[in-house]
Write a protein that binds this ligand. Structure first.
Ligand SMILES: Cc1cc2nc3c(=O)[nH]c(=O)nc-3n(C[C@H](O)[C@H](O)[C@H](O)COP(=O)(O)OP(=O)(O)OC[C@H]3O[C@@H](n4cnc5c(N)ncnc54)[C@H](O)[C@@H]3O)c2cc1C
Length: 256
């Protein structure tokens, strides 16, 4: 049985900007504009905000100044035009159960326990249990027992469904029933697409001392990636260590 404790967060997709077409639009409007934005996402948010007042070439000069004002004035819908794609792995089913409660501005594709065999799965152990040998033994025994039950159930269910000719369907029927005994600790992988405004909301709710530790850790990892990726949209957050060593994110611009 393989035990994991550290979530893996991969930022795998980002937006591209078609500057030639933006310039064609600006020429049609007799306007000119340049940006020093560090990313496609930041350029697109600036374009979106400037369309609202047709302020191309006017007012705030840098992308950071422009988006800083968007954050200060809580003009949040502008941030919905920035979108990123992540893969998160090495996380538990309890984490994804909490994650998918975030609906507005999020899209998900998660590893299927109906199609995918879980006889070789990993399990995610909470740090506090892993750090105590007695608690670790209780946890490991319980997880092993559940997993063994899953494997035996899959075997028994495949026999029960032996008259189902389609092999893929037979396995799916067996796994979907057997998975009912798998613990929340079962490792999973999830593909996440989310916009800038939804991500800010997620970070504020989950990179927070009241949030559960696993989701908090993922939220902080996502924030670190986003701060490198789009500093003008996420640079206002400070990542602060709590006395217990876990981290939270704080900003003066909540609920943009
Ligand atoms: C510390 C903590 C403890 C929690 N404990 C529990 C618990 O015990 N039980 C439980 O069930 N959940 C719990 N949750 C989950 C929580 O209730 C939310 O479901 C979750 O955080 C998703 O956030 P959200 O509702 O803001 O949704 P998001 O989809 O992230 O929505 C973002 C925002 O969009 C708006 N919005 C989204 N959908 C709608 C809608 N349908 N109608 C109107 N406005 C909408 C709201 O303003 C919302 O805040 C907890 C969350 C945290 C952070």
């Amino acid at each position: 049985m393989n035990i994991v404790q550290e979530p893996r967060v991969y930022l795998i997709g980002r937006q591209d900007v078609d500057m030639a077409t933006i310039n064609r639009f600006l020429v049609d409007e007799s306007m000119t504009w340049n940006t020093d934005a560090a990313s496609g996402a930041e350029s697109l948010c600036e374009v979106a905000g400037r369309v609202c007042y047709m302020s191309f070439g006017k007012g705030r000069k840098t992308n950071a100044e422009y988006l800083g004002h968007i954050l200060e004035s809580a003009h949040g819908s502008v941030l919905e035009h920035a979108v990123w794609n992540f893969v998160v792995a090495g996380v538990s089913r309890s984490f994804t159960h909490e994650l998918v409660r975030h609906r507005a501005g999020f899209g998900y594709s998660q590893l299927s326990q109906r199609y995918v065999d879980e006889s070789q799965t990993d399990f995610v152990e909470p740090d506090i249990i892993a750090s105590d040998p007695e608690l670790h033994t209780i946890w490991e025994e319980a997880v092993k027992q559940s997993h063994q039950a899953y494997c035996r159930l899959v075997e028994g269910l495949l026999s029960r469904y032996e008259d189902v000719e389609d092999k893929t369907m037979r396995r799916k029927l067996a796994r979907q029933a057997a998975r009912s005994v798998l613990p929340n600790a079962t490792e999973t992988k999830i593909f996440i697409t989310a916009n800038g405004r939804a991500l800010r909301h997620f970070i504020e709710a989950r990179a927070n001392e009241y949030a559960e530790i696993e989701i908090r850790r993922v939220a902080v990892k996502m924030l670190r990636l986003l701060q490198r990726e789009a500093p003008a949209l996420f640079g206002d957050y400070d990542i602060v260590a709590l006395p217990d060593g876990t981290e939270v994110a704080q900003t003066a611009h909540r609920k943009v």
